[in-house]
Structures are given as C-alpha cells and as structure tokens.
Design a protein around this ligand. Sequence first.
Ligand code: PLP
Length: 377
Amino acid sequence: MKVYLDNAATTTIDSEVFEAMIPVLKDGYGNPSSSHFHGRKSKSIIERARKNIAKHLNCSPGEIIFTSGGTEADNMAIRCAVNNLGVKHIVTSRIEHHAVGYTVEKMKSEGLVDLTYVHVDEKGHIDLQHLDQILATRPKTLVSLMHANNEIGNLLPIERVSEICEKHGAIFHSDTVQTMSHYTFDMKVFDKIHFLACSAHKFHGPKGVGFLYINKSVKVKPFIYGGSQERNMRGGTENIYGIVGLSKAMDIAYSNLMEHKEYISSLKSYMIDGLNKSIDGIYYNGDSGNLARSLYTILSVSFPPTEISSMLLFNMDIMGVSCSGGSACTSGANISSHVLEGIEAPTDRPTIRFSFSRFTTKEEIDYTINCLVKLYS
Ligand code: PLP
C-alpha cells in the first residue's frame, strides 16, 4: 500500500483542474501581450481567472497579481514594502517559512531594515502583547506573520493582528500559503491586511503558480522588470495554463469548503485518537493536537526517543507511507527544524508531520498507525 500524507508539502492535482487546463494547453498558445485574435483570447482567459479569484476573496481583480507561487509572492510583498512603502523595520517570528525568514534576513544584511522577532510561546502562538509593544515604539514597520505554520499548523488570529498593525500604522503581510482555499478570506472584512500570498499546488492546483493579493490602498512598483504584464508589476509571459488551474482549484475548494473542512478535521481527530490509544509517550508539537487553534490539514507528532528515532521517516517510507519530518525542504531528513527550535521542542525526540487532504481515507490513517505501532513495538 502507498499512502500519501504529505499534503502540506504539495497536493495531488484534482482531475477537474486537470480537465480545465487541457483546452488551454492545447489552444491557449497566443501570447497574452499580443494584440491579435490569439493574444486577445489568452488575455481574456487570464482576466476571467483573475475576476473569478477576486470574487472568491471579495476583492477587486486589480488586487490580484499572479506569481510563480508562494515563494515569489512572499518575496514580492516584503521587497515591495521596503522598496516602495518606506519600511525601515520588519517584525516577524522565528517560525516563518524560509520564503519569509530568509528574505527578511537578506534585507537586514543589505542594511535596508532593522529586524525584530516577536515572542512565540511554546505552543507556537505569537505573543500579541509583545507585538503591540514593539509597534508602539517603531514607525514605518512591516509585520510579516504567517496565517498557519506549515510544520506545526498553529493558526494566527489574523484579524486581531491586522487591527494591532492598523493601530500603529504598520503594513501587514501574511503568508497564507497553507490556508488560502482552506479558509475563507473576505477582504472587505479583512480590510486592514495589505498583502496575502497564495500557491495553487497546496490545494490541488498545479505547481509553479500563485498570486500576491495587494490591498489597493498600497501603491507598489514593479517587482520583476521586463514586459508590462500583470499591470506592469511583474514582467514575464503569464503562466496561462497554471492560472486557469489555480482558478479552477479555488472554485472547487470554495464551493465545498465546509464539507472538506469537516471531513479532513474528522480524519485528524481520528488519527489523534488512534495514536493516543496505540503508542505511549507521544505528544503533538505546538498546538497541533488542538483542532480549535491549528490547521485541520496538519498533525505534527513528537515521538518518544528510541534506537529507531533517527530512522523513523526512512522506515515509514519503506513501509509505503510518505510523510515529512518538517518543512518540505527538509523532507526525508529527520533533522530538527527552525520551527521546532523556535518553540524550543526537545531535540532528542523525532517528529513526523502528517498532512491530510480531501482525498485521504480512514484506511490510509489505519495503515499508517499500524506501521508506527510495528516500529514502536
Ligand atoms: N509559505 C509556506 C507557508 C509554505 O508552506 C510554502 C510551501 O511549502 C511556501 C511559502 C512556498 O510556496 P511555493 O512552493 O509555491 O513557492
């Protein structure tokens, strides 16, 4: 049996998404920047997708800038905030994805900004009082905090953070790569958020495509220079097939959101119950075991240290279960991640991140638990 429990790293493409992309792959070859019939046809496909995505987010189409995925969207938000919005100081946490963490470190090393890390508690939650205190003394600040952590799943109270940012006049960017299309985002309600990042392959869309939401109240300049694509914000011929796939994946996600959420949450609870009953000495990293305060697609399990610890992931792979030891870039290597270090998790205990999708089944969870029981007996 082969089991895929690494959906936070990437998801399988939905067959309806694939079907929606085929006609564009076949016939949508016109360059969207060309003014002739074929070009206009491609351009209108892209603009239709942008309008559709904007409808899901209750924002205007001009606030959606297509990118090559989440990494580019995060880079774009941070670099544009510093280059164009007068940001001199960035507040972030030590448990952000490297798309944010390495970008802000680089900007600091270039002498462009000061950097402050907001406190994170042992459960992985951001200390909002500390954030408030930091912002009270520092104008021209960008706050970059992820909506859900990709390793432990902790959820940020995004609206509350946006209110704190507004109170102090800070720009707010949130990496929503793990939550977009898993939760609703009404940007008329979340009107104090300036930037959000999205990546299609996290919700059964194609890889290599995503977008950055840019609130129309902020005016930024081109991020990638070249042609005048994406309203002059990002040069480069658009990934039209990817954009169509992204739009379709979002349609499917948002038309069945509650149903998918309930189903996936029930799988997560089922796995927690099963693990608690079968293996002694496990716990859940951060607040991963708490359904109210963590992403329903992620369960980060801390296992007792034994002689098999270092080979746990490897053994799971041999038994046919694909899961992860941390973030995608450290898959396969069961080393302590910056997130687990950031919440001061014990370094001698192996961690496995199991992540689910609407295609995951109870049988797959049973099989996975059985494999773990075999390894721990
Ligand atoms: N941000 C988070 C929280 C992620 O989980 C990921 C992917 O692992 C990214 C950003 C990067 O997204 P992409 O793979 O589309 O570049």
